[in-house]
Structures are given as C-alpha cells and as structure tokens.
Ligand binder design. Structure first.
Ligand SMILES: Cc1ncc(COP(=O)(O)O)c(C=O)c1O
Length: 477
C-alpha cells in the first residue's frame, strides 16, 4: 500500500531518537494503559458525550475542572492549538479599530488575530541582548511609556514564556496596564506547566491576566493541537461578567470545528488531572534531571545559559534547556544535525543555540543520551567563534501606513527585495535570528530595513516571509 506519510512516521519511531521536542507526552509515556487514546476513543457527540459547541455535560465538567486547576474563571478546550486561542482572545476582546499594544517579537498568530479582529497594533520592541543575539523581554518601562503615549489603548498581548523560556516581569506589567485600564492578554503557549511548581516563574493566572492561552501539547502530557483558553471575568469594562464569557463562547464556537476530536479533548482532561495529582513531584524530578544534565554539559564547555536570569528584569523557565554552542565554533543548526546523528532530536535551533523542550515525560536515560551526544559535539571542533557573524538589529520601526487587516484585504505582488523601497509590505518579513519582523503587513518599506535584511542574510541569517529568499510580498499599486 502506498502511504508515504504513514511509512515515514513508522520509520521515524522505529529509530527511537531521544525526543527533546513537542509533543510533551513524549510518545504517550505517562498515558495510562486504561486510556487507549487511539483509536477507540475517537468518538463524536454521542449520547452522554456532550458537545464542545454547547457543553452541558462531561465536556463542561472537564472545562470547569481545568478552570479550577489553572485558576481561571472559565476555560475553553481548543483543538487547533494556541493559534486558534490567540485568534479567539483577540476577536473577543477587541473591536475593529481598537488599539492594541503588540511587542514585535510576538508569535505570527497574533497578526492573524489583528486581521480577524480588525484591531490596530501599536508596536513596541522587546529588549535585545546584542552579545547573545537574543530578544530577551518586554520592559515595563516601555509599556508605561506606550500607555502614556497612547491613551486609547484597549489591550496588550504579551508572551510568557517565549520559546527560549524567558519570562517578562508580568506582574509589574499587569500593574501598569491596570493603572491605565488596559487589558492584558497572554500568549502562554509555552507555559501551561508553570502553575504546577513554585520554583518556576509565575503564570499568567498568578499575574492577573484577563485572557490567556496555553498549548497543553507543548509542555504537558497532551496530544498535539490540544490547548486551553482561559478567561478571568469581571475586567472587561463594556461587558457584564457573564456577557463577556458568552462573547468568548460565541467566538470559540465560530473558530473550532463542529467535529472536535475527542482524543484531543480527552488528553486535555487527562493532562490537567495528571498534573494536579503529580505535577509538583514530577517537575521536581524533571528539575533534578536538568540540574544534573546542565552540570555535565558545563563540564564539557557547553554554555547552558545557567545564569541567564536577572530576576528583577526577566526570569527563565528552568525546565527549558537552551544550549549556546557558539563557543564550540558551531552554529545551532550544525549542532542539531550532530545530535540528530547521535540519536537525539531537539525542538529547534538558531545560528548560536539549540532549544530542547523538556517535560515531566522525559526519563533520566534520555538525559544521559543527550549528555553522550553532546560529548561528541564538544569533541568535534567547529570553526572559531569569531567566524560566526553577529546579525545587526536596529530598534527602528517602519511607518505604519495601513493596519494589518487593511493590508490583508489588498492585492499583493512579489517583487525583488532590493527594489521594494517605498512599497507597502504585505506580510511579516524579517531575519531569523532574531526572528522579529523587520516589516509587518501595512508598513512602509525603507532603505534602512532592506539593507539590514540583506546584510543579515549575507551573514547567514535566514529571511522569512520572502519567496525564493529574495522576493518580498508588497501591496499591488
Ligand atoms: C510563542 C508562541 N505562541 C503561540 C504558538 C502557537 O501555538 P500552537 O502551535 O499550539 O498553535 C507558538 C507555537 O510555537 C509559540 O511559540
């Protein structure tokens, strides 16, 4: 039988690489035998099984349990990842033309949310560590300034933690936003586990967010695409408490399939129950394994970014393992390949680093395999550190001519990047690293930005948003 996808998946699992990537259940290890997630639980809205579109029975109960565990007033199950949750939050909280504070290092789903809601972004730049080539955090000072400069701001969306496990000072930002009556929406795609351990940075719930989303599939034992959307009622001024939850519920119905997967929903229920019961002790074990792993790696000269935490400015999620391999004369991409050959798969890499997603489902044995693979890496000398060129990054922001929604609604064409000066950008375009868009949809393309992109490309950064690595989407004239 010709089943290319099935065949490749079977081949992949038969090789059994150590999985330092999503999904957080790591091959379903902590799923109990009595939870045969495939395929017998793949059911539909049968009698007694409730309906995600109008939950009144077991789904409602499961969502209420999740709301209690994650300390929200209402929880909605999502079967299309945090991406759909971000769209729902933004469509529920904002009306066309509302101003929203958006850090430029937000996930691309935020621009989807801007287009769907018709909200108008007011951008701020995250702080940037030039030595490390890394966007670190959104500073409370910048938020305060933006709130003073833009008295009409209706909300802010902020990421906690980011892909590298960096968490902004969320409670301070919350205080500033409250003072200015601005709502706080949190993209907590990477932070569903935070609330289960006191030594991890505080979660959006603990910092008083109004709406937040969490990808259960990234850091909890849950299936890919399963995620939670949480609401705190009472802080949405133009609505009564129940009216706002009704509005979120209406948007949730619009944005989720009418045939949501019971497997995904069951895994959301399971992940919550498991973490409530065992989360604390399991995270203790995970942190111990990581402590041991970091020590071993440091002894080999691998930079585990251990001290990269300045509590008063930003915090790091100790369960996220980030390895800076630049001192070994390697790019993260090369290091990822070496580890792959040695039977370890990481989540992602950039020009200096690898990011490994570690969850309660990881076993000591796999951390040992990681350490052995890193030994090979540390012994295989790469180019000297100086040859890995730093990207240039300016804090300049181009002029916004149209909103992302207005830009989305216009016809586009592809033209060479070098000839794009004076045109309006049609999509998110930037270099990776830093992964921050240099131009967002609706912004005027200027010389400085073009030169920066080309310069970074020449230094080995990957440009995103371009076709064939050189054609930029612009609005047709
Ligand atoms: C910061 C951030 N937000 C949102 C998302 C989207 O999450 P999901 O894949 O669950 O849709 C991602 C995905 O990687 C992410 O990194």
């Amino acid at each position: 039988m010709n089943m290319p996808l099935v065949s490749k998946l079977m081949e992949y699992i038969s090789n059994q690489p150590a999985p330092f990537h999503t999904p957080g259940h790591k091959g379903g290890r902590v799923f109990p035998d009595r939870l045969p997630l495939l395929p017998r639980l793949d059911l539909t809205e049968l009698p007694g099984l409730d309906n995600l579109q109008a939950p009144e029975g077991v789904i409602r109960e499961a969502q209420q349990s999740a709301a209690r565990a994650f300390r929200s007033d209402a929880c909605f199950f999502l079967v299309n990842g945090s991406t759909s949750g971000i769209h729902i939050m933004m469509m529920s909280a904002f009306l066309p033309g509302d101003q929203v504070l958006v850090p430029r290092n937000s996930h691309r789903s935020v621009w989807g949310g801007l287009i769907l809601s018709g909200a108008q972004p007011v951008y701020i730049q995250p702080e940037y560590d030039v030595q490390r080539d890394l966007a670190t955090h959104v500073s409370p000072r910048e938020v305060e300034q933006a709130a003073e400069d833009n008295p009409e701001l209706a909300g802010m969306i902020i990421t906690n933690p980011d892909y590298y496990g960096l968490c902004p000072h969320l409670s301070e930002i919350r205080m500033i936003l409250s003072k200015h009556r601005i709502r706080m929406l949190v993209d907590e795609a990477h932070g569903a586990h935070l609330i289960f351990h006191p030594d991890l940075p505080p979660s959006a719930a603990q910092c008083g967010a109004d709406l937040w989303v969490q990808s259960a599939h990234k850091t909890l034992p849950a299936l890919t695409q399963s995620a939670y959307l949480h609401v705190r009622s009472g802080s949405h001024s133009q609505y009564t408490e129940s009216a706002f939850i009704d509005r979120v519920s209406q948007v949730h119905r619009m944005m989720q399939s009418t045939s949501p997967s019971y497997l995904l929903m069951a895994s959301l229920d399971w992940a919550r129950a498991y973490m409530e019961e065992h989360g604390r002790e399991e995270i203790d074990r995970l942190l111990e394994n990581l402590f041991w792993t970091r020590k071993e790696l440091q002894a080999m000269g691998i930079d585990t970014m251990e001290d990269y935490c300045r509590t008063e400015i930003f915090q790091t999620d100790a369960s996220r393992l980030v390895l800076d391999v630049s001192q070994l004369g390697r790019t993260g991409f090369e290091a990822e390949e070496i580890l792959r050959q040695a039977g370890v798969q990481v989540e992602m890499s950039d020009s200096r680093r690898m990011v490994l997603i570690c969850t309660i489902a990881d076993r000591k044995d796999e951390f040992r395999r990681l350490v052995e693979a890193c030994r090979i890496l540390s012994q295989a000398k790469g180019k000297s550190d100086k040859e890995i060129k730093k990207v240039s990054i300016s804090r300049e922001m181009p002029r916004q001519v149209l909103s992302p929604k207005e830009a989305f609604e216009r016809k586009k064409e592809l033209i060479p990047l070098k000839e794009a000066k004076g045109r309006i950008c049609g999509d998110l375009v930037g270099a990776y690293p830093p992964g921050i868009p240099r131009f967002c949809p609706g912004e005027l393309i200027d010389c400085q930005g073009i030169e920066e992109l080309l310069e970074n490309q020449a230094k080995g950064a990957r440009l995103f948003g371009l076709a064939e690595a050189r054609l930029i989407p612009v609005l047709a004239e």
